[in-house]
Design a protein. Structure first.
Length: 312
């Protein structure tokens, strides 16, 4: 259950639009019709009292993919588990992009929720936007996962489905390596952004100060050289799985028109060699066995501490 404080909704500019947008998208996704997907979170009901608005969604006993990752040895997931989660994510995006013409715009581990059978669903449509002729001009998201074209508010660069694909690539990298791909492996991602995008920042400040996301001027793109993957490091962490490295590299290409999925959408990504041997129909029909079924004594349903995050 997601709890939203009315006072905060009213006081924060644009928050009411985001909340109503999420409610609208979840209602559309939850409609009982042929476009309904088992890989997208459903809205069971919504209600309110004087102080709060409540969105009740399907119970996901396994928590989110970040909880799963943090519980794993070294806080990294095995390649088979990453493959499984990405398969579920792509099936969710297939429905979201093709059936609903919606761009999620906030793909990350925290928004991939796992049920008691180990299947995952995409959640949190607060940043989503309706695609018009396959294009969105909305801005926002979670900074480390944002594509290059989504950063430049001044030029209003068009975002397509490849914006979500870029985030999938970042998520795969983080699941495997336990940090983001474009932080140069030296500083916190936000401080690196401050160093390169905020002219007032200097090297000394960046090394000693954790810069809050809202304090960073990220209206301009990161420079192209900051989007270079350390493939040697990635392949080492992926235990030499070249197909995994190739997919991450192709999903995080700087120019969105050259990104995997730019032509053919999700279907093109599903045909990548990393998914060789995957029985997509078995996953769609929930006949495949998940490699990450949560243990009954380790259910990670959202706790009070997580609810506090929704109010911030």
């Amino acid at each position: 259950m997601k709890r939203l404080e009315k006072k905060r909704i009213v006081s924060c500019p644009g928050m009411d639009v985001l909340v109503m947008g999420e409610l609208h998208f979840m209602e559309e996704i939850s409609d009982d019709n042929s476009a309904r997907s088992e890989f997208l979170m459903k809205l069971e009901c919504a209600f309110q009292n004087k102080a709060y608005v409540y969105l009740v969604q399907s119970l996901m006993e396994g928590g989110d993919a970040l909880h799963l990752q943090n519980s794993a040895p070294g806080r990294v997931l095995s390649i088979p588990i990453i493959r499984w989660l990405v398969c579920n994510c792509l099936l969710g995006l297939e429905s979201l992009h093709n059936s609903h013409q919606i761009l999620h715009r906030d793909i990350k581990e925290e928004n991939l929720l796992i049920d008691k059978f180990g299947y995952a669903r995409l959640a949190d449509f607060g940043m989503a936007d309706k695609l018009k002729n396959g294009i969105s001009y909305a801005h926002g998201g979670t900074l480390p996962y944002m594509s290059p074209e989504s950063r430049d508010k001044g030029d209003l660069q068009a975002q397509r489905s490849t914006h979500d694909f870029f985030a999938v690539g970042v998520m795969m990298y983080r699941m495997c390596c336990n940090h983001y791909p474009f932080d140069m492996h030296e500083h916190n991602f936000n401080t690196v952004l401050a160093l390169h995008l905020n002219e007032r920042a200097n090297e000394k400040d960046v090394k000693t100060t954790l810069v809050r996301q809202e304090e960073i001027d990220y209206e301009r793109e990161m420079l192209p050289e900051h989007y270079k993957l350390d493939m040697e490091f990635l392949l080492k962490k992926a235990k030499g799985d070249e197909a995994f490295g190739d997919l991450v590299q192709k999903l995080t290409v700087l120019k969105q028109d050259c990104r995997l999925g730019a032509k053919g959408g999700v279907t093109t990504i599903m045909k990548h060699k990393f998914f060789d041997g995957v029985d997509w129909e078995a996953i769609k029909s929930k006949k495949a066995v998940s490699p990450c079924v949560p243990k009954p004594n380790d259910m990670a349903t959202i706790c009070r501490g997580d609810l506090d995050v929704f109010e911030q």
